[in-house]
Design a protein around this ligand. Sequence first.
Ligand code: 3PG
Ligand code: MG
Length: 347
Amino acid sequence: MLPRSVATADVEGKVVLVRSDLNVPLEDGRVADDTRIQASLPTLRLLLERGARQVRVCSHLGRPKTDEDRAKYAMAPVREAVNAALGDERVEVLENTRFNPGETKNDPDFARELADGCDLYVDDAFGSAHRAHSSTVGVAELLPAYAGLLLLEELRNLGRLLGDVERPFVIVSGGAKVEDKIGVLQNLGDRADAVLIGGKMAEDVRTDNPFTFEAILPVDVVAAKEFAADAETQVTPFDALPDGWLGLDVGPETRDEFARRIAGARTVFWNGPMGVFEWPAFAAGTVAVAEAVAACDGFTVVGGGDSVRAVHEAGVAERISWISTGGGASLELLEGKELPGVKAIPE
Ligand code: 3PG
Ligand code: MG
């Protein structure tokens, strides 16, 4: 069951507190990527169209700890971007919720402070739904709570991967944060027709396989003499790395095999790059996967910050069925966990 939608709420003349996930990457004090801001606008527009008296938008930004971080993670650039997009005086973007030390402890005092003067609460922050914080859970206990449009879209799309999927169902996984992903693969892997694993994760699976299914691992790698963008490289079979060399991308044979499997799929979930794709010499494997997922005409989902960045850099984002705004949240959902931010909203 999905939580009840903001579309069913009577908001006319009301003061609405909205929790969005406006935690965007910043560079030199500017918003470096506004995907999450854009994705948050439909709910805000709906509230304005339906006559809300005031829309108070709150979000965390980064993980501020010190006083210095307060300048670095102030909401000002995000507020400017939201105001520029909506141009409506009824919208107020509040300061970074994590500037209050109570936020991450789900402190009821901070929740009361946020809820003060508001008539209802809309949670649209899918990317933060795995956090039980004052702004995602505490306030939902104080105000009538509704789910925002983005939150619902995420639950619908990612939910399709948990239900009866069209087959073949192919999962592609990689990246460095291996512990984060093992749980997802354990939950989904047995249901997939093929699980393709690249990146650091492949090495870990090779030494100590935690799975009950048989993963498809790279047959060749792009080896680097050292961990550096301009390192000397050579393509080798996965088990023939020269002493001391590192496998920093999947090799051409692996790319072809992965692309072939993805091309034949009817459902694809991809999370995690195939190598150190930030460095051009080791980007080909990740780009090949991005292009193969884009070319597949089944239902395709990409989640997690690095793979999302890779589909944008490869210029194929438009051709992916669903790009999740949640990293950790999408993984926890697919792991079969209940997300506290979702659970806090009535059905
Ligand atoms: C994210 O970017 O993963 C979400 O905004 C949550 O941020 P967090 O991992 O700092 O809680
Ligand atoms: Mg995170």
